[in-house]
Write a new protein. Structure first.
Length: 279
């Protein structure tokens, strides 16, 4: 694993209608890591993805990708490297193939490496013909997987996924998981499937309900251990994996707290099951 983080999120804040959803959100994502973002409905998981994608302005805090801020690289170049895949179906005109060709013509995309779109579509369990269909003709599950395939083929450094399998049946969801486990991009992934993080493995970032800054890091650590029996024992192995990066707990509490790297697949194998992994 690389020594330097790919993404640094530092003390972000988001309010809606005068109510603070979260504040002092800080974490680091290293190249190739998969992070699952969980929390109750309405806590602002999608808003956090949009903030990282630079689709919404930041109220407080800052972001860096490979050591550079959005203002340093420019928003178009940031979005070429940080790709956000919406939960709702896309409403693009034309066909997926036409959209992929158009995306490659953007100035920020020129000269960047490309993946094999047709192969990605096949790996996701779809016939190559879907690339020539109108977006409007695709089912919800097809559109979701094709949008993911296009994003992967553009080879971003970081994928932001908002419920990427919500419209998929079980077989299709498993294919999506398999493709994402093999991809080279780092992934920040919102899911309501409690089994998905256990199947895929990766790290866990939880947004608590209410003002995140009101929960002390040690308090959240105790809550997580109560929700996930055996977590304290498992964390010893997880900490060994994260020690090179100075991490030992997973919290969104701000720069003064460290992050616990919870390997969810290993935790499941250790007998923790799905305890505490409800979305």
């Amino acid at each position: 694993m690389a020594d330097a983080p790919l993404l640094v999120v530092h003390q972000l804040k988001r309010s809606v209608g005068g109510r603070t959803l979260w504040s002092n959100i800080s974490f680091e994502v290293f190249p190739g890591e998969i992070w699952f973002l969980r929390g109750p409905s309405g806590v602002g998981k999608t808003l956090l993805l949009r903030a990282v994608a630079c689709l919404d302005p930041l109220e407080a805090g800052w972001l860096k990708l490979s050591g550079q801020s959005p203002s340093e690289v420019g928003i178009p170049c940031w979005r070429a490297q940080v790709m956000y895949v919406h939960q709702s179906r896309v409403n693009f005109k034309g066909t997926p193939q036409e959209f992929f060709t158009l995306a490659q013509s953007f100035a920020a995309q020129k000269g960047r490496p490309r993946g094999d779109l047709a192969q990605l579509v096949a790996d996701l369990g779809l016939d190559a013909g879907v690339l020539q269909q109108q977006w409007s003709e695709l089912s919800g599950g097809q559109a979701q997987r094709v949008a993911l395939a296009v994003s992967l083929a553009l080879q971003p450094k970081l994928l932001l996924l908002d419920e990427p399998t919500s419209a998929c049946d079980t077989e299709a969801a498993l294919k999506v998981e398999a493709v994402l486990k093999r991809c080279s991009a780092a992934v920040l992934w919102v899911t309501h499937d409690p089994q998905q993080p256990l199947r895929v493995g990766g790290m866990l970032l939880e947004l608590p309900e209410g003002n995140a800054s009101s929960i002390h890091p040690q308090q959240q650590q105790q809550q997580q251990q109560q929700q996930q029996p055996g977590l304290s024992e498992q964390s010893a192995a997880s900490q060994a994996d994260g020690s090179a990066h100075g991490k030992d707990t997973v919290t969104p509490q701000g720069s003064s707290s460290s992050s616990r790297r919870v390997d969810l697949a290993a935790a499941s194998a250790a007998g923790q099951g799905e305890s505490g992994l409800t979305a």
